[in-house]
Design a protein around this ligand. Structure first.
Ligand code: OAD
Length: 251
C-alpha cells in the first residue's frame, strides 16, 4: 500500500500496538540540515577533498592516514554544530515513552536521537561524538570541533580512533543481535529515512517482515524495501511521524 499521509487504518494499528521497533537512516536528520548519502530530499554528501565517502570512512585509510580520517570526521562534527533534532526525532522520543516495548535502531552517527530525548538507542554505526582508544579500548566524548590535537589521544597515551563503524569493519558487539531480537518480537516495524542498501542494517525490515511484523516505511522516495513493506508513506519524516497519534483509536 502506498500513500502520502497516515491513513486511519495505520493510525489505528499504531494506537493498538504495544511492541514497536524503528530503524532510522540519514533521511530522518535531513530536515535538521544533515546531508544524506543517497537519494533526494536534501543535500547529499558524496566526497570531500576529492575523495569519495567510501574511502574516507574506511578501515584502510584509518590504518594508513588516521589524520585525514579524523579531519573528515571533525569536518562532519563541525556540520553538526548548530543542528537540532526535528519534528521526526521528537515524535520518536515521544513513542519511546508510550509503548510497552520500543526499540530504536539507527544507522546515524549524529547523536540527534539522544538529543531529542530517546534514552535507549541502538547505534549500529557508532557515534561521531565519541572516540575510542586503540590501546585500552575506552570510549570517550570528544571535545567540540575543531579538535585541538589531530589525531587525538587517550589519557593512557594511546591513539583514539572515531567510535564509528568504518567500511570493512564489523558492527559494535551485540548491537545487531539486540536489533534483530526487536525486529523478531515487534508488531510494527518502521523503516524511516533509509535507502536500505547498506547491510546488515537493511536485513532488519526483511527479518521483521518474515517474523510477522507489519512493516511501515516512511521516505519521500521508493526504495528496495518498498515492494516488501506493508505500507509505504511517501513523505518527509518530520511531516509524517507527528501524524501518528495515540488518541481516539486506543483500544
Ligand atoms: P542514505 O543516504 O543512503 O539514504 C537516505 C534516505 O533518506 C533516502 O532513501 C532518502 O530518500 C531519504 N530521505 C531524504 N529526506 C528524507 C526525509 N525528510 N524524511 C525521510 N526520509 C528522507 O542513508 P542511510 O540509508 O542511512 O554508513 O545510509 C546507510 C549507511 O550508508 C550510513 O549509515 C552510512 C552510509 O555509508 C556508514 O557510515 C557505516
Amino acid at each position: 500500500m502506498m500513500t502520502d499521509h497516515v491513513t486511519d487504518d495505520l493510525r489505528r494499528r499504531f494506537a493498538q500496538a504495544s511492541r514497536v521497533a524503528v530503524l532510522t537512516g540519514a533521511g530522518i536528520s535531513a530536515e535538521s540540515g544533515v546531508p544524506t548519502f543517497r537519494g533526494g530530499g536534501g543535500a547529499t554528501i558524496w566526497e570531500w577533498r576529492g575523495k569519495p565517502v567510501s574511502e574516507l570512512s574506511s578501515a584502510e585509510l584509518l590504518a594508513t592516514d588516521p589524520k585525514l580520517v579524523w579531519e573528515w570526521f571533525d569536518h562532519r562534527r563541525g556540520l553538526l554544530k548548530d543542528v537540532k533534532p526535528n519534528a521526526g526525532h521528537l515524535a520518536l522520543a515521544a513513542w519511546e515513552k508510550r509503548f510497552d516495548a520500543f526499540t530504536l535502531v539507527t544507522q546515524n552517527i549524529d547523536g540527534l536521537h539522544a538529543t531529542a530525548g530517546n534514552r535507549e538507542v541502538i547505534e549500529l554505526h557508532g557515534s561521531l561524538l565519541r572516540g575510542r582508544c586503540t590501546r585500552c579500548g575506552t570510549t570517550r566524548e570528544l571535545p567540540p570541533p575543531p579538535l585541538p590535537e589531530m589525531p587525538p589521544r587517550c589519557s593512557c597515551g594511546g591513539l583514539l580512533r572515531p567510535d564509528v563503524v568504518l567500511f570493512g569493519e564489523d558492527l559494535p558487539p551485540g548491537a545487531y543481535e539486540r536489533a534483530t531480537d526487536a525486529a523478531a518480537l515487534c508488531e510494527i516495524f518502521f523503516v524511516i529515512g533509509t535507502s536500505a542498501v547498506v547491510y546488515p542494517a537493511a536485513y532488519l525490515p526483511r527479518s521483521a517482515k518474515l517474523a510477522g511484523a507489519f512493516v511501515i516505511e516512511v521516505n519521500p522516495e521508493e526504495t528496495d524495501i518498498t515492494p516488501r513493506a506493508d505500507a509505504t508513506i511517501l513523505g518527509k519524516a518530520g511531516e509524517i511521524l507527528p501524524q501518528f497519534d495515540f488518541g481516539p483509536h486506543k483500544a
